[in-house]
Design a protein around this ligand. Structure first.
Ligand code: HEC
Length: 148
């Protein structure tokens, strides 16, 4: 009886109902544990086509918009341009400096520098069209959820 009681009390201590013997199955792969949150595919599509040429790893303004990094780099991440204003504030497009930089309203909120993408075009046939802006803005409005 003793060994059984011992292992039962250990199990209770750890808050697990099953036998606390080391699991026979292999430990989770590091890649599974550290899977990065991703921005939705349509928003990443804009970043890939118009931004990552400059904003890749070690990119301009220290901003990495490549797929693995973009979410952490922008959501609730303070901008350099306007201290106190994040690049993306979930549910608040008006306090999302990245959106202002692409919309060209960055100077109105106290920022500087160029409209993004530098050297780009905006409009129906542009590097950034209305669907791109809509996707970006709606995603922020929806609370900037990570890709499912
Ligand atoms: C040709 C290179 C280039 C491209 C393309 C480009 N950027 Fe930039 N970006 C820069 C540089 C350089 C700066 C810093 C100077 C400035 O703000 O004008 C910057 C600054 C920024 C900032 C300000 C960061 C902060 O923390 O204040 C944001 C946000 C930004 N870029 C977003 C974008 C987005 C989104 C795109 C694509 C739609 C894009 N950029 C495309 C070069 C680029």
């Amino acid at each position: 009886m003793r060994p059984l009681l011992f292992s039962l009390s250990l199990a209770l201590l750890w808050g697990c109902a099953s036998n606390p013997e080391p699991a026979a199955s292999p430990a989770p792969q590091p890649a599974e544990q550290a899977q990065a949150k991703l921005v939705p595919a349509d928003v990443q599509g804009l970043f890939d086509s118009a931004c990552t040429g400059c904003h890749g790893p070690e990119g301009a303004a220290g901003l990495d918009l490549s797929a693995e990094s973009a979410y952490a780099a922008i959501v609730n991440h303070e901008s350099q341009g306007v201290p106190g204003m994040p690049l993306v504030t979930p549910s608040n497009p008006g306090r999302s400096y990245l959106l202002h930089k692409v919309a060209g309203t960055h100077e109105k909120v106290g920022g500087g520098g160029k409209r993004m993408p530098i050297g780009g075009t905006w409009g129906p046939e542009g590097d950034v069209n209305m669907e791109d802006m809509g996707a970006l803005c709606r995603w922020i409005e929806a609370g900037a959820p990570a890709r499912e």
